[in-house]
Write a new protein. Structure first.
Length: 369
């Protein structure tokens, strides 16, 4: 089997309802990139990458397509079933740009599943659960508004909520955490996520002011070193997210005993192949993780679900997907949706999602043998 053609699409994903607010940016629309790999046997695989705007991290949407354009010619004629070889060829073709490579890696896993008539989760070692918990992120808002959303989302079945803080007066963050805590019901876990929006002093003060409220404190500060400085100074478990930008960073964090868990984003570290390794590292270290991505449609969501289904026992903290914030699906027959706070593993071979290319229009880029 050989890669015969690679097509790339650009698609806008408008956010429905109010803007999505975080400590360092406010978003009303995301720019996603879809990749389709066609083989000489006629099998096709799909991948997607959607950076969380241009100011969240170095990744940005136009950069993803430029990087794919640089990489794709080197993959024509390669066997997409050989994912290790594909990743090696991508690294030879272009240094860095792991996020762009993740879309190609995803498409190759999708093809592999179809070739072997297996789901991606089965190729990754097998699903330990057929439904996985999702969680909802409450954007930066007033304490009252955040509490109202928390009540609503618990009624919809979510058992884990993530509350955004940072980028504003510390007193408002503290009030917001306390107000949301008042409405949490038994069994609902809370993560307070600053997305790097707090300095070291403010992170220590927030944790101290809310010491009687159980939550995990996710990525409070900008850098790894700043977060490491917090060890022993917080009253809450510390999780790292944005600073874990490749497998070496994850290994370093485990070595340094830098965190009690990790919010893992597949595109940030290079795709499904790298997430499989991250899963094993966290399992050996006994540290929990999420299986998420920064943003994206059904393809990204399906990949997150397949990965999450393979994480053993209490080391899995859930998968966040963007579906509640965007309107529409790539595959109307097999949409990835959250029901009662959980996600079902897609049933079809590969990712289980086949986008309708007619809805995507003309590819932004096509390369073929």
């Amino acid at each position: 089997m050989k890669i015969r053609q690679i097509d790339v699409w650009q698609k806008d994903l408008p956010i429905q309802g109010p803007a999505y607010k975080m400590a360092l940016q406010t978003l009303t629309e995301l720019d996603t990139t879809l990749v389709r790999i066609t083989t000489d046997t006629g099998l096709q695989g799909w991948g997607e990458v959607c950076p969380l705007g241009p100011a969240y991290q170095p990744q940005h949407a136009a950069g993803a397509r430029a990087a794919i354009g640089e990489i794709a010619p080197h993959l024509l004629g390669e066997n997409p079933l050989h994912t290790e070889r594909i990743n090696h060829r991508m690294h030879q073709a272009l240094c860095g740009s792991l996020y762009a490579k993740s879309a190609i890696d995803m498409a190759c896993w999708d093809i592999s599943g179809k070739a072997y008539n297996s789901r991606v989760c089965d190729l990754l070692g097998g699903a330990v659960r057929e439904t996985i918990p999702s969680y909802y992120a409450i954007g930066l808002s007033s304490p009252e508004d955040a509490a109202n959303v928390a009540v609503k989302k618990q009624a919809e079945g979510y058992c884990r909520l993530q509350l955004k803080v940072g980028g504003r007066a510390l007193e408002e963050d503290i009030a917001c955490v306390k107000k949301v805590a008042e409405v949490l019901t038994a069994g609902t876990a809370l993560a307070v996520d600053a997305n790097r929006g707090l300095n070291v002093n403010d992170a220590i003060q927030l944790s101290a002011a809310c010491r009687d409220i159980p939550f995990i404190f996710e990525q409070p500060c900008q850098t790894y070193e700043q977060c490491l400085h917090l060890r022993g100074k917080l009253h809450h478990p510390l999780w790292l997210d944005e600073v874990i930008d490749d497998l070496n960073a994850l290994l370093r964090a485990v070595r340094d005993n830098a965190a009690e868990g990790f919010g893992m984003k597949q595109s940030r570290i290079g795709g499904i192949s790298q997430m499989r390794t991250a899963r094993e590292i966290c399992a050996v270290a006994g540290l929990p993780m999420t299986c998420d991505d920064s943003w994206g449609g059904d393809l990204v969501a399906a990949s997150c679900v397949h990965l999450g289904a393979t994480v053993t026992g209490n080391l899995f903290a859930g998968s966040w997907i963007a579906a509640p914030y965007i309107d529409g699906h790539y595959d109307s027959q097999n949409p990835v949706v959250i029901n009662n706070g959980v996600l079902k593993v897609p049933a079809g071979a590969g990712l289980g999602v086949i986008p309708d290319s007619a809805l995507l229009g003309t590819p932004a880029m096509s390369l073929s043998l």
